[in-house]
Every structure is written in C-alpha cells, then in structure tokens.
Design a protein around this ligand. Structure first.
Ligand code: HEC
Ligand code: HEC
Length: 233
C-alpha cells in the first residue's frame, strides 16, 4: 500500500480514537489458516450438485460463481477464501441473517464449508466485459465516493479499505467489484440499519451510517462495473 500516511487522517474521521489502530491491526493480523486442508474439487461437486438438504450453490450464485444480477445474489468467484468462510460461519451461527443462507450454512459440515469456499475462491476474479456508461451522473458520483470519499462528512474512500480498484485486501476486506448492484445496495442498507452487524469493530456500520439513499445507489451502480482506470493497479 502506498497511502499509509493519509490513511491516518481519513480514519480519524470515521471512528475517531479507535479506528486507526483497529484498521492497522486488522491488516496486520494474519488470519489463522482455516483453509489449510480444503479440497476445492469436493467443493466443486458440492457447489454444482448440492448434497443432502443443501441445494447446489450455483443455482443461486451462478454457474461460474458470478452471482445473479436480477435477484441480487452475490458473486463468490475470486473472493478471498477466508472472507467467504467467515461469512458462511456467520450465517451458520446466525450472526449474519439471510432467509436463504441461514438454513444452508447450518446444514453444511465444517469440511463442506471449507471446501465450497476454497472452490469459489479459486474461480477467476471479476473482469470487465461491457464498457460502463461513464457519463452518467450517478456513475460519476459513485466513482468519486469509491475513490475519493467525501471529506465534508468525513467519509473515507471505499478503496482505502477495500484496496486498489475495490479488489479486496485479504483476509478482512472483501473485493467489491463486479457485485450485482442490488446486492451491494442491500448490504449497505443493512449496515446502515445495523441489521447486518458482523463487521469487525463496526467498520462498515460506521460507513453505512454516513450514507444517504442516493449515495448508496450511486456507489452500488459504480461498483458493479467500475471504469478500467480504477480497476488497474
Ligand atoms: C437459494 C439461493 C442460494 C443458494 C442455493 C446458496 N446461496 Fe449463498 N447466498 C444467497 C444470498 C441471497 C446471499 C446474500 C445474503 C444476504 O443478503 O446477506 C448469499 C450469500 C452467500 C455468501 C456471502 C457472500 C459475501 O460476499 O458476503 C456466501 C459465502 C455464500 N452465500 C455461500 C454459499 C454456498 C457455499 C452455497 C452452497 C452450499 C450457497 N451459498 C448457496 C443465496 C443462496
Ligand atoms: C474503514 C474501512 C472500510 C471502509 C472505508 C469501507 N469498508 Fe466496506 N467493509 C469493510 C470491512 C472490514 C468489511 C467486512 C465486513 C465483514 O467482515 O463482514 C466490509 C464489507 C463491505 C461489504 C460487504 C461485502 C460482502 O460481499 O459481504 C460491502 C458491500 C462494502 N463493504 C461496501 C463498502 C463501500 C461501498 C464503501 C465506501 C462507501 C466501503 N465499503 C468502505 C471495511 C471498510
């Protein structure tokens, strides 16, 4: 990361005294390796065929794990495995709520969770296919929030935490690019109302609390298909 120094100032606005230390310790804390014995081949079978009481993951998350734009089902392909596994565990223990995922995650064994997340993490990360309409005002506002933030309300750029181009900084900061906009939007609304509250140190609840409906719509639109300049490192 090239932006260590400005980071401190930006984070100071988010959570005041506790944030800078929090973020740095998150970045530095190496995750225990839950993925050590994962079997991505077994994960592929589970993802495509399901198993007793568990529907095939791809029926909702797409044949290549690309997600389903119309239903707002998230992309899993290329997302960091530790992050996917953490979320699956949160669905299983109920700390993240979803009518679809709670029963599925509870039905999976620890090994199945590991294998399925190893499989989806191994699939190719998002690549741009169609050029976005970069002249849309909503898109431009979304790009600004993602890349610059909004100093007037002490809102840091999304990419400060989520990495260059929103590609994620494993293991704690997930990739955001290529997510169906309905999914990003629903998550931001859920952080804002604290309906989703499984974020470390409340980092995303702090961000969500500062966002208007318009900003949520703008940044969700932008992140679905960000312009190449922001995607390149
Ligand atoms: C019936 C549809 C459906 C099926 C089948 C399904 N999922 Fe999901 N999944 C969802 C939805 C909807 C969400 C978003 C939940 C929310 O709103 O927070 C989700 C979210 C997730 C997430 C969190 C992603 C993120 O970026 O935070 C993971 C991981 C996941 N699913 C894994 C799986 C795995 C593994 C399987 C197969 C064993 C599976 N899902 C099967 C609908 C489904
Ligand atoms: C201070 C650091 C920080 C900033 C700034 C930040 N995020 Fe996050 N974000 C996180 C962390 C940490 C998580 C993981 C939460 C968890 O573990 O469940 C996250 C998760 C998310 C998720 C859920 C992804 C998924 O698939 O589960 C979305 C969507 C998201 N952030 C969007 C944004 C957007 C949009 C912005 C800018 C407006 C932003 N974030 C700014 C730290 C940050």
């Amino acid at each position: 990361m090239t932006c260590r120094t400005p980071l401190r100032g930006i984070f100071a606005g988010l959570g005041r005294e506790r944030l800078p230390g929090t973020v740095f310790s998150l970045v530095l804390a190496a995750a225990a390796a839950p993925s050590a014995h994962a079997d991505a081949n077994a994960g592929s079978v589970l993802a495509h065929q399901g198993s007793a009481g568990v529907p095939a993951c791809v029926s909702c998350h797409g044949m290549q794990g690309e997600g389903q734009a119309a239903s707002g089902f998230p992309r899993l392909a290329g997302q960091n495995q530790d992050y996917l596994l953490k979320e699956l565990q949160a669905f299983a223990d109920g700390t993240r709520k979803s009518p679809q995922m709670n029963p599925i995650a509870s039905a999976l064994s620890a090994a199945q969770k590991r294998d399925a997340t190893a499989y989806f993490a191994s699939l190719p990360a998002w690549k741009q296919q169609d050029k976005p309409n970069t002249s849309s005002p909503s898109y431009q506002r979304g790009r600004k929030l993602a890349t610059v933030g909004d100093w007037n309300k002490e809102m840091p750029a999304c990419f400060i935490c989520h990495g260059a181009g929103g590609r994620g900084v494993p293991p704690h900061f997930p990739a955001l690019v290529g997510q169906p906009r309905a999914y990003t939007r629903a998550q931001l609304e859920a952080w804002r109302s604290a309906k989703r509250a499984n974020d470390p140190q409340g980092l995303m609840r702090s961000v969500g609390a500062k966002m208007t409906d318009q900003e949520i719509a703008d940044v969700s639109l932008y992140l679905e298909n960000p312009s190449p300049a922001e995607v390149e490192e």
